[in-house]
Design a protein around this ligand. Structure first.
Ligand SMILES: Cc1ncc(COP(=O)(O)O)c(C=O)c1O
Length: 411
């Protein structure tokens, strides 16, 4: 059979959702300056779906800085992978600053978080090793596991007994040259709860393993100084490899891992998605440095983000919504219902109330559940929050009435 013919009939996990809902539920276009007030289909909307947690994307100083950095360096430079011709003083300075920020001796820049962490997992473990990970881990961790030569074991989300069972299993099957890597997230991006980092670190007293934490949503938003979930939970020292991305609180592209010097040396020479790929452009690296500096100098942004998150959460709960007990700014509203209810909520909010929210249903969450995920930002105002709460109040009867609607999507 022709491969392309076959693809036409091959289902994706989202079924026909990507094509039927194109431009509306999937691949929507938010236009205008980045921030809480944008345009969708030509209409003004209050946006709760972008991860610019600290509002850096709209920062005037940063916008100006980006223009000047691009003029100075060009978006092309440096050419080549870092290993070959793509290294610079800026790249190295950013690595030193990131390491200092997250309280680790060294950091290694990654071009993209997703590919970066996949490669890191892939090259850390070999066929004699064991990889143990939380069942709700982000797709990049799961893909890293697929690439890895090691045997892998999964434990139920944040279930420490389950993790311990897998540690016992891996330890029992270990050969003298076997090692164990545990991978979890600092903040679970859909539900907003934290990985049980402190409990996992405590297990190191009984079992010999190393811990890799993907803190995509915690980097810049959690901990007194913004250095993430490990700092917040008082166990950053026990996190052996800390992963952060610029795709969220830094409102940029690129990522890093922070760890011991000997591990960085190994990753520099073995992380294939970095060795064989072009290095991050110099203006991106320069603006990442400036943004990290601003994040460190402006703790009030984090404070405002948290104030907004709490106001939003309290307001939604008061109206009677089931807000999951998130421990991060991620604000997940869970309700029973079908994909049809999920799309109805998005449409009602966007069209009737000018509030842009995104939701997911099966297979991202269990069948019969709808999760509307709101991402507060430091740049949201009280007015944004009040208008959004009014809208949620207004759609409440629809949420109740439509809880049993069928699965068909109408875009
Ligand atoms: C938990 C988590 N890990 C990794 C990534 C991938 O990072 P990036 O967008 O930098 O590729 C994401 C999404 O951005 C994420 O949410």
């Amino acid at each position: 059979m022709d491969l392309f013919d076959k693809l036409e009939n091959r289902n994706s996990p989202l079924g026909s959702f990507t094509s039927d809902g194109y431009g509306y539920y999937t691949f929507p276009k938010l236009e205008g300056p980045l921030g809480p007030d944008m345009k969708f289909n030509g209409k003004d909307v209050i946006v709760w779906s972008i991860n610019d947690y600290l509002g850096i994307g709209a920062n005037e100083h940063i916008k100006q800085f980006d223009v000047e950095a691009t003029r100075k360096y060009s978006l092309s430079a440096p050419m080549g992978a870092r290993l070959m011709t793509g290294n610079s003083d800026e790249h190295e300075a950013l690595e030193r600053e990131l390491a200092d920020f997250v309280h680790k001796p060294e950091a290694l820049l990654l071009n993209y978080g997703y590919q970066g962490i996949m490669s890191v997992i892939h090259c850390l473990v070999d066929r004699n090793d064991f990889l143990i990970y939380d069942e709700l881990s982000h797709a990049c961790i799961v893909d890293g596991k697929q690439l890895a030569m090691s045997e892998s074991f999964v434990y139920k989300h944040n279930d420490m007994e389950g993790l311990e069972k897998q540690l016992i299993r891996a330890t029992a099957r270990s050969k003298p040259n076997s090692s164990i890597l545990v991978v979890t997230e600092g903040v679970f991006g859909m539900t907003g709860d934290l990985g049980k980092l402190k409990e996992i670190v405590a297990l190191k007293e009984k079992y010999n393993f190393r811990l890799l934490v993907d803190d995509a949503h915690g980097f810049g938003t959690l901990g007194e100084d913004g250095s993430g979930a490990g700092t917040l939970l008082g166990c950053q020292d026990g996190v052996d490899i800390y992963f952060g991305t610029f795709a969220k609180a830094v409102a940029l592209i690129g990522a890093f891992v922070a760890t011991e010097p000997r591990v960085k040396e190994f990753l520099k020479a073995n992380a294939r998605s970095q060795i064989f790929a072009k290095s991050l452009p110099l203006p991106i690296v320069a603006t990442a440095r400036e943004r990290i500096k601003l994040i460190r100098e402006n703790p009030q942004w984090r404070k405002k983000l948290w104030e907004n998150a709490l106001k939003l959460r309290e307001g939604l709960s008061k109206i009677g919504y089931n807000v999951l007990p998130s421990e991060s700014p991620v604000t997940p509203v869970l309700t029973e219902g079908s994909t049809k209810l999920c799309t109805t909520i998005m449409r009602e909010m966007r069209e009737k109330h000018g509030v842009f929210v995104s939701g997911v249903s099966y297979p991202v969450v269990p069948k019969g559940m709808v999760l509307i995920r709101l991402i507060p930002m430091a740049s949201h105002t009280d007015e944004h929050i009040e208008k959004t709460l009014e809208a949620f109040k207004a759609i409440k009867p629809i949420v109740h009435q439509n809880q049993n609607l069928g699965e068909k999507i109408s875009a």
